[in-house]
Design a protein around this ligand. Structure first.
Ligand SMILES: NC(=O)c1ccc[n+]([C@@H]2O[C@H](COP(=O)([O-])OP(=O)(O)OC[C@H]3O[C@@H](n4cnc5c(N)ncnc54)[C@H](O)[C@@H]3O)[C@@H](O)[C@H]2O)c1
Length: 342
């Protein structure tokens, strides 16, 4: 039987790399192609164990370059695209929004065009060999904007992006949707809440708390620390993506969340209590004394929460990690990574 060919963009990033390993285990026969620009957010060591193995190809390239994207499609003829590649850090989007337009919007457009040209004989008619093709855009819950104290996002929530990052992801979502309705491109997409786990970039909240704590620096918390996010362990996001990819029907959209709402301050306090136990300071002081409230992020969304009923009911997905268990694993990882910096 001919093996499946899968293109994973952004496979050197935090979630993409976890997903590459997940797919390798789920589909050992499939040819996986990772396309990644190798930006500051990438780390090739995340997938080093797969480089130079059978059925695996890594291509360093920019999705914002149509010629690069076309050549990957021409050479590898992927039947499935799981599109993670993006500029993903909100603070960077505030400091320099243009790159978010280029990568997140134009990059997605280039992939859609290459998929359209490769998969479709004409609108709504797939070529032989691509009958089960899927284009899966990994979106975010941030496209829905900010919630008040009550309520949660679901698949019918209106778009209201508030940052250049979320605006670029929302724009990409709209392009993806339009290719389904106009051309019949078999698309899937999902909106997930904040991911956490090992191998996340240093700049993100949880690694920042642990790194600054262990190196004796001020631990920065935006505003009053009361902004609320829902958190999902990265491996649970990967199992959800795999379910959507396998069982989703073209045009399907799912919201994915961990049912674990926490304020930034709660997360910080919990982590520091764990560090006090696992790696006590020599002077016996608590790491909590290093917390410093810093000027709030511009346009900082107050609260995100996800109603994941649809994916649970329709696809039988459930997260396997409680927030407590996932965070403990995560803390162990960063403790090992950062403790020698102190
Ligand atoms: N991290 C989260 O909490 C979260 C939550 C929901 C959705 N998402 C979405 O999931 C996806 C992955 O997020 P992440 O946290 O792993 O991001 P990340 O920043 O860790 O990784 C992004 C990867 O994309 C690559 N990339 C960036 N620009 C590129 C370009 N022009 N061409 C090719 N590759 C490029 C980077 O090199 C990097 O390897 C993103 O689309 C993000 O919007 C993330």
């Amino acid at each position: 039987m001919e093996s499946n060919r899968v293109l994973i963009t952004g496979g050197l990033g935090f979630i993409g790399a976890h997903f590459v390993h997940h797919m390798r285990k789920l589909q050992p026969e499939s040819h996986l192609v990772v396309l990644d620009k190798n930006t500051y957010a990438a780390d090739i060591s995340r997938i080093q164990s797969l480089i130079n193995t059978q059925n695996f190809t890594y291509v360093e390239g920019d999705i914002a370059n149509q010629a690069v994207v076309n050549s990957v499609f021409e050479k590898h003829q992927p039947q499935q695209v799981i599109h993670f590649a993006a500029e993903s850090h909100v603070d960077n989007s505030i400091a320099g929004p243009k790159l978010f337009l280029t990568t997140n919007v134009e990059g997605t457009f280039n992939l859609l065009e290459a998929a359209r040209n490769t998969w479709l004989k004409e609108a709504h008619k797939l070529n032989e060999g691509f009958k089960k093709a899927r284009f899966y855009h990994i979106s975010t819950d941030e496209v829905f904007g900010s919630l008040g104290k009550e309520g949660s996002f679901n698949e019918n929530t209106n778009y209201a992006p508030n940052s250049p990052y979320s605006a670029s992801k929302a724009a990409a979502d709209h392009w993806v949707r339009s290719y389904f309705h106009t051309y019949g491109l078999p698309i899937l997409s999902s909106h997930c809440s904040n991911n956490y786990g090992p191998h996340q970039n240093d700049e993100k909240l949880i690694p920042t708390i642990i790194r600054t704590a262990l190196t004796g620096q001020p631990i920065p918390i935006y505003g009053n620390g009361l902004n609320v996010r829902d958190w999902l362990y990265v491996e649970d996001h990967c199992t959800a993506i795999a379910k959507v990819l396998t069982h989703g029907i073209p045009g399907d959209v799912f919201c994915i969340g961990g049912n674990a709402e926490r304020t930034n301050l709660e997360i910080c306090t919990y982590i520091l209590e764990q560090l006090d136990k696992l790696h006590p300071k020599v002077d016996g002081a608590s790491y909590a004394e290093q917390i410093r409230f810093v000027e709030d992020r511009l346009g900082h969304d107050f609260r995100y929460a996800i109603d994941a009923t649809k994916i649970k009911k329709e696809l039988g997905w459930e997260p396997q990690h409680s927030f407590d268990a996932g965070l403990k694993k995560t803390i162990q990882h960063y403790l090992l990574k950062y403790k020698n910096l102190s």
